[in-house]
Write a protein that binds this ligand. Sequence first.
Ligand code: XIL
Length: 347
Amino acid sequence: MKPLIIAMALVLAAPLPANAQTHPRTPRDLRQLAQQNGIRIGSAVDLTALREEADYRKVLNREFSHVTGENAMKWESVEPERGTYTWEDADALVANARRHDQKVRGHTLVWHNQLPAWLTTGVEQGTIDDAQLRDILRDHITTEVRRYRGKIRAWDVVNEIVDDDGAMRQSIWLTHLGPGYVADAFRWAHRADPHAKLYLNDYNLEWNSAKIETTYNLIKDLKAQGVPIHGIGFQGHLGIQYDYPADWANVMRRFADLGLEVAVTELDVRMVLPVTPEKLATQADYYRRALTDCLSVSACREFTVWGFTDRHSWVPGWFDGEGAACLLDENLAPKPAYQALLAVRRS
Ligand code: XIL
């Protein structure tokens, strides 16, 4: 053999360097993309699907390093009857997460929706007075946070507490407990798990300036009072029929400058049906921009989508004529949005 041929044969026979086979710059999935960029990419989880659909389970556990129960930890799910706790779904989520190196977002402790009927009718009918309501809320927070102490990275302590017009949202909490319920909720949660990151979570915070101002001032006040609040969650329920919220990264930065951690907690990008290739391309661009925005803010640690497959998405049930909001289609095939995310890098 001629020397050149020998040399070539040696090169071909030599084992590849450890990183050559996997091309570290081109992640093979969202979990690797997240790892390469120093964040966690998460998904909301449908517990029935997790239990019953092997393909759903496989993709969830392969792709995601953070999870949120879509409904499993809400009050009506965990205490449907007064004093009767049903932790099966929440426990299953946390157990699955531990097995697959997934951090968990607890969602959510104080909200105006998905409250158990015993609570709302009790308040309406006056069988639960204001002092009792306060005790009930404290017990709820304490019981749930304690149960998962050390197993929940971040809790959405309060959810959607500011209205689109910038006023504090009218809810049984504001009406019966007064605005101090917010500080109380954070203090109770902190006592129950001093290591969990405690978040305020809301929608339209990506762009609505009335909502942003009120929320910003509220958090500033809470911090000044020494209330343990550590994070701001941007739900990120977007739709391609609206402009992409171009100022989002700046809004994230403003909150980060208050000393907060930032997370995208419920991203999805819906469209008016039917699906077309053009709409999918626009959707891909919105997902790409959202991740790019998060990665441009060093305080942004988590990027969670509100379900990863169009097979299980809240959108068709809540927005008439809209759908196809997720990264994978109903057969779990990656859509252009999934590919677009894989190409994003921290700039
Ligand atoms: C939604 C769930 O996806 C649905 O399954 C449920 O019927 C209603 O709630 N903001 C939130 C989430 O904080 O908890 C909501 O989840 C979507 C809007």
